[in-house]
Structure formats: structure tokens, C-alpha cells
Design a protein around this ligand. Sequence first.
Ligand SMILES: [Zn+2]
Length: 170
Amino acid sequence: MFASIGSHGSVRGLVVRSEPPTGHDSRAGAWLVWTLDPANSPDLMKALAPHWRRPAADVAWVGEGWRHLVEECHRKVSARFPDYELLNIKQKYGVLAFLASPRPWSRGTSTWTDEALELEQIIREYTRRSESTCEYCGAAGELRDSRTMHLTLCDRCEARFSDPPRPGQD
Ligand SMILES: [Zn+2]
């Protein structure tokens, strides 16, 4: 459940959730999910807009440190698959998950095609790069898997954010 949605000032998109993610320690209380959204990434959201499977989303559930990865991934995917369909962009187990299909879905089409494999190969490069890129600031980072919510962070952001990150820390 979203307690509030917005962006602080002109930069950091964030969503404050009152409930922890599934499987997360429920004692954690309110925590943060970083987002790319129309407030902090207007050009990117405009570029992604035609690709969302209906209903269209206007948010990518990753921090601004990964904006360039999402932008590059989108550019590369759309160069090969101009009408690719976007299902979700999020952080999963601390790394970028760019969930897409090569063409708009229609009933009866197989999802296990050569094109789907090719798409996966394009996306994989950006997932791999996210493994060493701080999700918050974009500096060199590493997976912090001792956290209850896995995040890829640089040393500075690792020291800065509690586990999980809380409102008011960014
Ligand atoms: Zn950082």
C-alpha cells in the first residue's frame, strides 16, 4: 500500500510504503522505494510511454542511479524491436529487472521465440551492469546482500541508508 507518492523537490523520486515487501520484516515500518517518474525523468518517461502494456505505467521502480541503464536499455531494445512491449521495470534481488516482450502480446503467440531470446540477451547486459552500479547515485557499487532488502549500493550510500531505507534519508 502506498502511503504517499511524490518526489522531494525536483530530483529524487520516491514512494513511501507503509507495508514492507512480501517476506520482509514487518517490524521495519515505513520504507522507501526509489522511482524514476515523470517528475525526475520526464524525457525517459515520455520515451517509454508508447511501450507500456495497457494500462500504461508512468513509473519505473528503480533509483536514479540506474536511470542511464534504463535509458540505454530502452534505446537498444527499441532499435531492434521498435514496437516492443514493456511490462515492468523494477529492482529485483538488488539488480535491474527490465521486463519486456519483443512485440505486443496477442492471444496464441508463443513467448518462447528466437526474438524473445534475443531480447533477453540485450537486457541481460544492463542487468549485469546494474550489479556494479549504485542504484541511488550511479557510482561504482556492489550488492549488499546482508541487508534484509537486497540493494546494490556504493560505500557512501551503504553507510547513508538504513536497512531498509527510510523516508527522510535521501
Ligand atoms: Zn551511491
